[in-house]
Design a binder for this molecule. Structure first.
Ligand code: AMP
Ligand code: MG
Length: 359
């Protein structure tokens, strides 16, 4: 049973991170549901509120901006979403990534080259847990062709020969791939996009805003009353916990991105197969975690690392955190454990027991 694209379409409530958004800061409004059209409401001394739900990159995207020019900012953000979808989605015929993958053109724009450069850096830094050449394996499992099935081991072994980010040659604006190799920026594009939306909000003069692109939340400034945003980490459906979220992170000017095995998956013979692939095995990562949430001021980093540390698991992910700066993390394990890096000490709260990960 497939629960991917259509699942997201049908149930906007299934955003990975629920947002607690309150314009005036008093009381708590739980969103995560669909907000169609662009609404307008008064918010403490900041003028308008504008919000819109957009569907792009196989994801329900919820945009909110507060203050003067909020309407314009949301409109511009929507244009940016469409632009980047057309540029980066490998499924969009004519996109730069599509053209590279199909051998139509190896030339990409400055912007795509820069994003690829950053993505390749994350691939290298994470020892290949993140790998942007995972496309052929994603296809083999039917995650794109809507032909979901468990491939036979031989097929996986064969296809894995085309998965190796070190085979991507990026020189200036030219991208060369080894034979049969194809790029998939699905693990990082939404993080880049949420960062771009924050830049657009700022350019339009907005000082307070929040976006949720599926599992990717990014916040601009504070709420209109000056307090921090509260971003809740979704409960990945743990048996012993019945709440819709397992904890709340306070943020200001930060991205909060979750990768979870519950986000996209199919079932075959009673076994569940999710969409985050371990590039070393070609199978869905089986690292003992059900979700990894990354907090970082940079959306691209947060997105890349949420996928990578899901593959690495609690132990490998904690070690990566100890040896790298610029982000914090929340791991939820299959047995219901919650583990939080020490840098969130003042701003992670949970009703459940959890453990701190220390340097
Ligand atoms: P995310 O939801 O950010 O964790 O990204 C998952 C998406 O990234 C998948 O749908 C694939 O398009 C792609 N992907 C899956 N496994 C990996 C991996 N190990 N490294 C990079 N991208 C991946
Ligand atoms: Mg990611």
């Amino acid at each position: 049973m497939w629960k991917g694209k259509n699942f997201f379409r049908a149930a906007a409530v299934c955003l990975t991170c629920f947002l607690f958004v309150t314009a005036a800061g008093c009381g708590v409004e739980k969103t995560g549901g669909s907000v169609d059209g662009t609404g307008s409401a008064q918010a403490d001394g900041f003028g308008d509120e504008a919000s819109k739900t957009v569907y792009a990159m196989d994801t329900v995207m919820d945009l909110r901006a507060y203050g003067e020019n909020a309407q314009q900012a949301v409109k511009d953000a929507e244009t940016e979403i469409m632009r980047l979808d057309e540029m980066l989605s490998r499924g969009s015929e004519g996109s730069e990534i599509y053209n590279v993958n199909e051998g139509i053109s190896s030339d990409v724009s400055d912007e795509t080259a820069k994003l690829l450069d950053r993505a390749l850096e994350i691939c290298k830094d994470t020892g290949g847990a993140f790998d942007i050449t995972v496309a052929p394996v994603m296809d083999l499992w039917g995650f794109y062709g809507q032909d979901y099935h468990v491939p036979v081991a031989n097929e996986i072994r064969e296809t894995l020969k085309s998965v190796d980010y070190t085979g991507v040659q990026l020189e200036g604006n030219t991208v060369l791939l080894r034979q049969n190799m194809r790029l998939d920026l699905g693990g990082i594009a939404k993080g880049y996009l949420s960062g771009r939306i924050m830049e657009i909000f700022q350019k339009d003069g907005v000082k307070s805003g929040i976006v949720s692109l599926g599992g990717n939340v990014q916040t601009l400034g504070t709420k209109t009353d000056g307090s921090k945003w509260n971003v809740a980490v979704q409960n990945p459906d743990l048996k012993n916990k019945d709440a819709s979220f397992i904890g709340v992170i306070q943020t200001e000017d930060e991205a909060v991105v979750t990768s979870g095995s519950y986000q996209r998956y199919f079932e075959e013979d009673g076994v569940t197969y999710h969409h985050i692939i371990d590039p070393k095995t070609g199978y869905p990562a089986n690292s003992g975690v059900v979700s990894v949430t990354i907090v970082s001021s940079d959306g691209t980093t947060a997105d890349g690392l949420s996928t990578a540390l899901f593959v690495k698991g609690l132990e490998g992910g904690s070690e990566y955190w100890r040896t790298h700066d610029g982000f914090e993390a929340v791991f939820v394990t299959e047995d219901g454990g919650i583990y939080v890096t020490d840098g969130l000490r003042d701003r992670f709260t949970s009703e459940y027991p959890f453990e701190w990960i220390k340097r």
